[in-house]
Design a protein around this ligand. Structure first.
Ligand code: TYM
Length: 333
């Protein structure tokens, strides 16, 4: 039997190589496996947990959708929509917020990172963000959720919430407990400037990431300037964890070239960093530039993008509104 896939990406601009390797590339592979049913959501309700300029948000929703399409997600095979089109997400989030425990949410490391030192000033939405994410997943009875490593803890929370709901209301297996799909390797792509920090859209320096809309020159320049160290390229994986920047670049190469880290190390051992970086830049350009070009083309056609979201939204709404009705019945409403 095929898998029921659900995943989401925030429309906050600057989608990058980490999003692509950790998530979007896998969305495409899963879609192309026969029998899978895939739903990919532009999670605009999640985006407003931090302040957004409405005009920029609208443009980012379209750009994230364009990125899905340009990367190979096919609206004839997968449902593509933005979250705010389907009211059940907000409704489900409230209901599941009454199931989730404060203690569970207090453990979420991403909230601690994002809220920073001044937690009192973070929005309540940012705090309950993983509950909304849980509603996203459970409303569609998703069996599998492809994400990067940073979302693992949120998915564990989704599983706990589903199980508690089923137990509290004596409804065994009613909410499907989702399985995370996190790649064993390369599920955490790091900053090009600091191999101990993940590549992220919020990092101030644009040199820290390859954006999916970068030009060829930008890609080549960023890889040329990527941090390495003073030792030669490694001959094996031993002690590579103490060279995070080098490990990351070798990982990016391996992932995009669909080969193991070991094979990449063998391909480049004895060569110097400038040779490796040149080959890496060629590979990133080969894989990312067509996506970037297609995004830029699609961005000129808002009507087309909006029509994809609208059609996807209708399909999603049918599924999610049915599930929310069942949830309400169970609750006694
Ligand atoms: P978001 O928008 O931050 O990121 C989208 C996806 O990209 C992955 N990712 C990375 N993977 C590897 N290396 C990186 N440096 C890197 N940075 C980001 C993320 O793990 C994610 O898979 N809460 C989610 C969105 C969401 C969602 C959902 C996901 C909302 N509802 C339901 C799955 C199911 C988020 O903020 O992802």
């Amino acid at each position: 039997m095929g898998k029921k896939i659900f995943s989401g990406v925030q429309p906050t601009g600057n989608l990058h190589l980490g999003n692509y390797i950790g998530a979007i590339k896998n969305f495409v592979d899963l879609q192309n496996e026969k029998e899978n049913e895939c739903i990919y959501c532009v999670v605009d309700l999640h985006a407003i947990t931090v302040k957004q300029d409405p005009k920029i948000l609208k443009s980012n929703i379209r750009e994230t959708t364009a990125t899905f399409l340009a990367s190979g997600i096919d609206p004839n095979k997968s449902i593509i929509f933005n979250q705010s089109l389907v009211p059940a997400h907000s409704e489900g989030s409230w209901i599941l917020g009454c199931i989730a425990r404060m203690g569970w949410l207090n453990r979420m490391t991403q909230f601690k990172e994002k809220a920073g030192k001044d937690k009192e000033k973070a929005s309540v939405g940012l705090y309950i963000y993983p509950v909304l994410m849980t509603a996203d997943i459970l409303l569609y009875d998703a069996s599998h959720v492809p994400v990067g490593e940073d979302q693992k803890q949120h998915l564990e929370l989704s599983r706990d919430i589903a199980q508690k709901f089923n137990l509290d209301f004596n409804a065994p297996n009613f909410l499907r407990v989702p399985e995370p799909l996190i790649q064993k390797n390369f599920s955490r792509i790091m900053s090009l400037k600091d191999g101990t920090k993940k590549m992220s859209k919020s990092e101030a320096s644009d040199l820290s990431r390859i954006n999916l809309t970068d030009s060829k020159d930008q890609i080549v320049n960023k890889i040329r300037k990527a941090k390495t160290d003073t030792y030669p390229l490694p001959v094996d994986e031993k002690n590579l964890d103490q060279r995070p920047e080098v490990e990351n670049l070798l990982g990016i190469y391996s992932s995009l070239n669909k080969q193991s880290l070991k094979d990449t190390i063998n391909d480049f051992s004895g060569k110097n960093f400038s040779d490796f970086k040149e080959k890496l830049a060629d590979l990133v350009v080969e894989k990312i530039l067509p996506i970037s070009n297609e995004i830029n083309k699609l961005k000129k056609n808002n009507d087309y993008i909006d029509s994809i979201l609208e059609k996807g939204g209708e399909k999603a709404n049918k599924i999610a509104s049915r599930k929310i009705l069942e949830i309400k019945k169970i609750l006694g409403f």
